[in-house]
Design a protein around this ligand. Structure first.
Ligand SMILES: Nc1ncnc2c1ncn2[C@@H]1O[C@H](COP(=O)(O)OP(=O)(O)O)[C@@H](O)[C@H]1O
Ligand SMILES: [Mg+2]
Length: 265
């Protein structure tokens, strides 16, 4: 078993007061293991994004928070951009429309790796090339709206990993994209995570998407973690009725590398 990067203990997040109080997460215990790819699955409203925001320290002010998140492997409390890379469903929420692509991809390396602007420029060009943006030199001076949705998501990924974070959290990063682009983005994330030895949390409502690459799967239902284990076990011998329901509504898991096969087309 690899060591824990994060240990979540009895974490509850709620909104509202009295009769209108609603739990987004309810008594969560979960270890995020170093170097593993964890898929977080559950229907809309089950608390998946709340988990991402809690780990990133970005819960809104109105959120009521109880419990603890420990980071045994980090010397300091984690900082988004430096220790944690975040990518959201809509690259519009990760990318600033009025800054050039180059400024946004270079920024993390200037701020967190201490590179000068020249070094960060070179670093950004290499990253854009790595995420397969055509003509990085031209892309560097362009703005987000000049790219397709899939390319914007690649740029958001480049920006999120620019400072070489230990943990990459991607929240429904492909939900707004068509199937082929989805598969390409998943394949890219897999490569980047493997190369850098990053820990990945991949949030999705799509269990089929997760099944192609996840080491571990955590299933959420109505603010609670209802199942957690090694992916193959969860997919082939689910214990919880909700996981069984999710699986029966989806694909045939006797062909587990489906996503990669799609990506190779
Ligand atoms: N800022 C907020 N104010 C009030 N309720 C919220 C807020 N953010 C999330 N919630 C509620 O918390 C629950 C979990 O939300 P979320 O974590 O976004 O779910 P998911 O990402 O799985 O769709 C939902 O019922 C949602 O309405
Ligand atoms: Mg969400």
């Amino acid at each position: 078993m690899s060591a824990s990067l994060a240990e979540i203990r009895n974490l509850s997040v709620s909104y509202g007061k009295g009769a209108s109080q609603g739990f987004a997460l309810d008594g969560l215990d979960l270890d995020i293991r170093q170097g593993r790819r964890l898929a977080v699955i559950g229907e809309s409203g089950s608390g998946k994004s709340t988990l991402a925001l809690a780990l990133a320290g970005l819960l809104p002010l109105e959120a009521q928070f109880r419990g603890e998140i420990r980071w045994p492997g980090l010397a300091h409390p984690p900082m988004v951009g430096r220790d944690i890379g975040l990518v959201f469903q809509d690259p519009g929420s990760s990318l600033n429309p009025v800054l050039t692509i180059g400024e946004q991809v270079a920024e993390g390396a200037v701020r967190h790796l201490g590179l000068d602007w020249c070094g960060a420029h070179r670093n950004a060009l290499a990253l854009l090339e790595r995420v397969r943006i055509p003509d990085p030199q031209v892309a560097f001076d362009a703005y987000p709206h000049q790219f397709s949705g899939g390319q914007r998501q690649r740029i958001a990924i480049a920006s999120a990993i620019a400072a070489r974070p230990r943990l990459l959290i991607v929240d429904e990063p492909t939900s707004a994209l068509d199937m082929v682009v989805q598969a390409e983005i998943v394949a890219l994330l897999e490569e980047l995570v493997r190369e850098a030895g990053m820990t990945l949390i991949f949030i999705t409502h799509d269990i089929a998407l997760a099944s192609g690459f996840a080491d571990d799967i955590a299933v959420f239902q109505q603010a609670r973690l209802v199942e957690h284990g090694v992916a193959r076990a969860v997919l082939t011998e689910p214990v919880h009725a909700y996981t069984k329901r999710l699986l029966s509504a989806q694909i045939d898991f006797s062909t587990p590398r489906l996503i990669n096969e799609v990506a190779d087309v």
